[in-house]
Each structure stands twice: as structure tokens, then as C-alpha cells.
Design a protein around this ligand. Structure first.
Ligand SMILES: C[S@@+](CC[C@H](N)C(=O)[O-])C[C@H]1O[C@@H](n2cnc3c(N)ncnc32)[C@H](O)[C@@H]1O
Ligand code: SF4
Ligand code: SF4
Length: 390
């Protein structure tokens, strides 16, 4: 892609850049054709588009001990590793580099990202560099002061994890007494800040598992009372955790019935009908039981993550996404050794893009549901729907 098209695509964004989903949805016919050519040329020039979207785990540390957590306890508790985390200075240096490379959206996560005292400064730096910020947090460190500072720093959206409607359910999932009350205070604090600053969008993330499926209806009532903007139901990913947390057939029936009673709550829950259809169909259930929440999509269709996204770990290692196994072999670069631009253009990334368009990325892709909507839109826009075109 030429410098002109690159700039043109970025300039087509509004002042606050859109989320990656909206960005790809907004591609004009010309832009889609441009991207389409670029993907085809991958075989020759191996260029990506640019990392419009970046997920950044800024710490391994966490103040919780959740039963279902996919961020390994070894990483959360390894103090030697914690001393190797990128410093505030290093993170502040990376943000303009990301912007320069075309990044317009950063998702800050962890561990517990609010354990980094300078998070608000990172978000402010991002905004100054034309990057929108999203945060996922357990909400327990979200004091009134921090909530205000985050909103002032131009945080665009926040996901706060809430896995149950009571202390009994939520604290049991999160492994710490008192976390429910703290998370609720956090939600209230950020919602008040939203009233003052008109941002961020406040969303509850709720991991639904065998342990809490029966309390989903109460959770939805609580969410309505809290006047949050949206609620995202995450069926538990049990691939690396205690399988007894997996949803049973009976749990699915409960979740389905609850959602049927909330069909009108599309503002809160999005496309409820679609969610119900997916949970109800016997063929999709079979996929879900194997942990394949994308129902086999990536067995037949490409994932364009290596063209538009990168994922960074607290010690600076770069991978294509947060799902791939974090083995040495899968590391694409390290921001301590190379600039973002160098990493994005290096042989590891090039190789990965070739694999992406040939559907030989990672075996874990088969059970992944990340970027599903984004990939479906890119496929739609560029015409690369299945691997038959290869
Ligand atoms: C790893 S956490 C990091 C951010 C923060 N510590 C938190 O809990 O919100 C990111 C998100 O993943 C969710 N999550 C954790 N374990 C999960 C699992 N087994 N399946 C699906 N989502 C999970 C969390 O609830 C949270 O919303
Ligand atoms: S709060 Fe988040 S990172 Fe910490 S243990 Fe729970 S899910 Fe994992
Ligand atoms: S399909 Fe999932 S695991 Fe595979 S590259 Fe894409 S986002 Fe990552």
C-alpha cells in the first residue's frame, strides 16, 4: 500500500478514531479494493495494512485470583517477571510509535491494568496521538478520583468484569472477599464520571459459567439498575481451566430462557435474538461443547489479525493476538529491541501473513472466536470469504 493510501485511510477517520469494527465497516469500495490487492500481494510483498488496533497487557500483576482466569497464575505471581515489565517511560515511548505506524485504537488490559498508577497518563498520551483507548478491569481499584482522571484523559470505553449479582457469587468467582462491593463502587464511580465528561462507554463483562448461569437473570436486573451502557456475556472459555466450570446443556437452557425474557433489551445486550439462535441450535451447541465459540468459522475462513492488529505483553514481547500460545516460537518481536515499525515489517510478521491467507496460522485458531465480526466484515468487503480463492 502506498503512503498516500495509507494516509488517506487514516485521514478518513473522524477526530476520535472509530473502533476497529466500525473502521473496517466504513471502508469505501475503493479502500476495500486497495486492501484486497494488498492481501493478494502478500504473496509477493508481504505487507500488512497497519496495526490499526493493539491490545496491550500492561501488567501481569493482579489483586484477584479468579477461578476461570486465562492469564496464568504463574505470570500473575512471578515477582521476578514483574520486575521485567516495561517501565512507564518505555510505555510512553511506544505510544507515539504505535500512532506513527497507523495504530488508532489501544485496548489496555492485564493482569489488572489499574495496578499501573500511570495508566491515566498512557491514555492521555494515546489521545494526544490520535488513538482511542479502551480498558478492561476488574473495577476494584476504580476510586472516584481515578474514574474522573480516566474520563478526563479521554478513555473512550471501559469493560468492568462482574460475574454475579451478589457478593456470594462474584467473590467466589474472583477469589477475594469484598470484590463485589468494590466492583459495584467502581461501576458507580465511572458512571458518574461519564455524566460529567460524556465518556467513557461503560460496559459490564460477565463470564457465564456453570457456577453462575443460574443467577444471570438477577445480574441483568442489577445491570439495568446500574444504568450501564451495555452488558457483554462471555461464555466461559474452559480450554485451560477447571472443566467443571464449563456450561452444561441445562445451563444453556437457562441462559437461553433468560435471554428470551430480555429480547427487548437490545440497547443493553445487542443482538439478543442472534445470541439465542446460536445457543439454541444443536449444531452450534456441539461446537460450543468443544470450546469452539466461532462454530468452526476459522476452519474455513481466514483471520486477518496479522494485517490489522498486534498484541503486546508487559515485558514487551509482541504476538499477533492474545490467543496464540505464548511460546518462544510464536514471539514476533520485542519492543525493547526493535521499534514497532520494524517489528510490523519483520520476517516473522511477513511469514505469518502468508500463513494467514493460506489458513495455516495456528492450531488454536480453530477454537478461537476473536475478531470474528471484524474478519467477517473484511471477508465481505474484500471478497476473500473462504480459502477456495487461494
Ligand atoms: C484476563 S481479564 C484482564 C482484565 C481484568 N483483570 C479483568 O478481570 O477484567 C480480561 C477479561 O477476560 C475475562 N475472562 C477471564 N477468564 C475468562 C474465561 N475463562 N473465559 C472467558 N473470559 C474470561 C475477564 O472476566 C475479563 O473480562
Ligand atoms: S481479575 Fe482479571 S486478570 Fe485478575 S485473576 Fe481475575 S480475570 Fe484474571
Ligand atoms: S483466529 Fe484467533 S488465534 Fe488465530 S490468529 Fe486470529 S485471533 Fe489469533
Amino acid at each position: 500500500m502506498t503512503k498516500n493510501n495509507f494516509t488517506e485511510m487514516l485521514d478518513s477517520s473522524t477526530k476520535t478514531p472509530p473502533s476497529i469494527t466500525r473502521w473496517v465497516r466504513n471502508w469505501s469500495l475503493e479502500q476495500s479494493e486497495e486492501v484486497s490487492k494488498l492481501i493478494t500481494h502478500t504473496f509477493e510483498v508481504e505487507k500488512g495494512i497497519f496495526p490499526y488496533d493493539c491490545k496491550f497487557k500492561i501488567t501481569h500483576r493482579c489483586n484477584a485470583d479468579c477461578k476461570m482466569c486465562l492469564h496464568p497464575i504463574k505470570l500473575r505471581t512471578d515477582e521476578t517477571l514483574h520486575t521485567q515489565e516495561l517501565s512507564d517511560y518505555e510505555i510512553r515511548k511506544i505510544i507515539p510509535e504505535l500512532a506513527e505506524t497507523g495504530c488508532r485504537s489501544i485496548h489496555f488490559s492485564g493482569g489488572e491494568p489499574l495496578l499501573r498508577k500511570k495508566l491515566e497518563v498512557f491514555i492521555k498520551d494515546a489521545a494526544k496521538n490520535g488513538i482511542r483507548s479502551k480498558l478492561t478491569t476488574n473495577g476494584t481499584l476504580l476510586s472516584e478520583k481515578r474514574a474522573n482522571n480516566l474520563a478526563k484523559a479521554k478513555l473512550r470505553s471501559v469493560n468492568i468484569s462482574l460475574d454475579g449479582p451478589t457478593s456470594e457469587v462474584h467473590d467466589s468467582m474472583r477469589g477475594v472477599k469484598g470484590f463485589f462491593n468494590k466492583a459495584i463502587s467502581g461501576i458507580q464511580a465511572i458512571s458518574e464520571a461519564r455524566e460529567t465528561y460524556g465518556r467513557p462507554h461503560v460496559r459490564i463483562n460477565s463470564v457465564v459459567s456453570h457456577e453462575n448461569a443460574k443467577t444471570l437473570d438477577q445480574l441483568l436486573e442489577l445491570a439495568k439498575e446500574l444504568k450501564i451502557d451495555s452488558l457483554h456475556i462471555l461464555p466461559v472459555d474452559f480450554s485451560h481451566i477447571d472443566p467443571s466450570l464449563a456450561l452444561t446443556d441445562e445451563d444453556y437452557e437457562i441462559v437461553k430462557e433468560v435471554l428470551s425474557n430480555y429480547k427487548h433489551e437490545t440497547r443493553l445486550l445487542g443482538d439478543v435474538e442472534r445470541l439465542i439462535d446460536l445457543l439454541a441450535a444443536p449444531e452450534t451447541r456441539e461446537f460450543i461443547k468443544k470450546g469452539e465459540y466461532a462454530f468452526g468459522y476459522y476452519r474455513e475462513s481466514p483471520c486477518f489479525a496479522p494485517f490489522v492488529h498486534l498484541f503486546m505483553m508487559p515485558e514487551g514481547k509482541v504476538y499477533t493476538c492474545c490467543i496464540v500460545d505464548r511460546t518462544e516460537a510464536n514471539i514476533l518481536g520485542n519492543v525493547r529491541k526493535n521499534s514497532i515499525q520494524e517489528i510490523w515489517a519483520n520476517d516473522n510478521f511477513k511469514e505469518l501473513r502468508k500463513k494467514a491467507v493460506k489458513n495455516t496460522l495456528y492450531s488454536v485458531c480453530h477454537s478461537c472466536d476473536h475478531f470474528l465480526e471484524i474478519n467477517q466484515i473484511i471477508s465481505e468487503k474484500t471478497g476473500f470469504r473462504t480459502f477456495e480463492w487461494d
